[in-house]
Write a protein that binds this ligand. Structure first.
Ligand code: ADP
Length: 301
């Protein structure tokens, strides 16, 4: 569904996308991860043909972009980072207006509206003004709106940012349903649990380049020790100096927390129990550990 080769984009003298290769298969959920400024939004804009690359090639649903970008965009549904629903229209009218933007005739859109409302869980809100919707409802409507022309592939830019846990679960459920129906999804997210849960494969971008690529579980297994013990508490620094190097396969301290990466958490925990002033959290390693190992712990903006 998507084939990208050697994609490069410069702003002034700065290359913000540097020789990107991507392949996304039909029916797959593909994650685009990276710290702020890594080049995710620029990449999405390039893929949609909204900006011109300096070099490289893009094929979206078999169509060359940016040369035939308008035709390619007919195959794509876009859920932008910020909801841009029309506040002057009702829920139903937003769907109708968006369908017309894609050149659909009124009867074709009207026939599709009930299933889109059902998908968004908004059947009872069809005639409600946008301002009466919660954040989660607006997000679900934006997602339903992106489906109005029955696209093959969906681009989602941080689909659950700003939503509460219940609303996030509803969005995930909707995305899972779309994947089961055979849609292809390209997703950016800052939530590693979201990427781990949804993405079949993902890339981690940093400074415009791919620094890791693969299935979430495979990335965790290949980059990180199996378990993490996070140690915090007043005596953490003393304990770190005395014991961490001997007990952890690898460790890092960030602020008042020590991250102890290990294949033998029981040994670490037994040692920690000797120091009651310390608190700890034992957990399996996850995608966030991979992300932080590869992109560092420094703030980017
Ligand atoms: P991300 O979405 O991963 O946070 P972006 O693609 O938005 O990253 O930005 C990548 C880099 O490109 C950043 O350093 C950003 O400042 C720069 N950038 C993005 N858009 C422009 C623009 N229109 N003009 C100049 N620089 C830009």
């Amino acid at each position: 569904m998507l084939k990208v080769r050697g994609l490069t984009k410069k702003y002034g003298d700065t290359a913000v996308v540097r020789g990107l290769d991507l392949d996304v298969r039909r029916g797959e959920c593909f994650g685009l991860l990276g710290p702020n400024g890594a080049g995710k939004t620029t990449t999405l804009r390039l893929l949609l043909g909204l900006i011109e690359p300096d070099s490289g090639s893009i094929e979206l649903a078999g169509i060359a972009v940016p040369k035939h970008a308008r035709e390619a965009r007919m195959k794509v549904g876009v859920v932008p980072q910020m909801d841009n629903l029309d506040p002057d229209f009702s829920v139903r009218e937003n769907l109708l207006a968006y369908g017309r933007y894609f050149g659909m005739d009124r009867s074709a859109i009207a026939a599709r509206v009930p299933e889109l409302l059902e998908f968004a869980g908004l059947a009872s809100k069809a005639d409600a003004p946008i301002e009466q919707l919660s954040g989660g409802m607006k997000r679900r409507l934006t997602l339903a709106r992106a489906l109005v022309h029955d696209p093959d592939i969906l681009f989602l830019d941080e689909p659950t940012t700003g939503l509460d846990p219940q609303a996030r679960h509803l969005i995930w459920q909707g995305l899972r349903r779309l994947l089961n129906e055979g849609k292809t999804i390209v997703l950016t997210t800052h939530f590693m649990d979201e990427a781990e849960r949804l993405a079949d494969r993902l890339v981690i971008l940093d400074h415009g380049r791919v620094v890791a690529e693969g299935a979430p579980r495979a990335l965790i297994e290949s980059h990180i020790e199996p378990a993490v013990v996070e140690v915090f508490g007043e005596d953490m620094a003393d304990w770190t100096r005395a014991r961490a190097a001997g007990l952890c396969q690898r460790f890092e301290t960030v602020g008042e927390t020590l991250f102890c990466y290990t294949g033998s958490p029981d040994t670490v925990i037994a040692a920690l129990k000797q120091v009651p002033a310390l608190r700890y959290l034992h957990r399996p390693s996850n995608l966030e550990d991979v992300f932080l190992k590869l992109t560092g712990r420094d703030l980017r903006d």
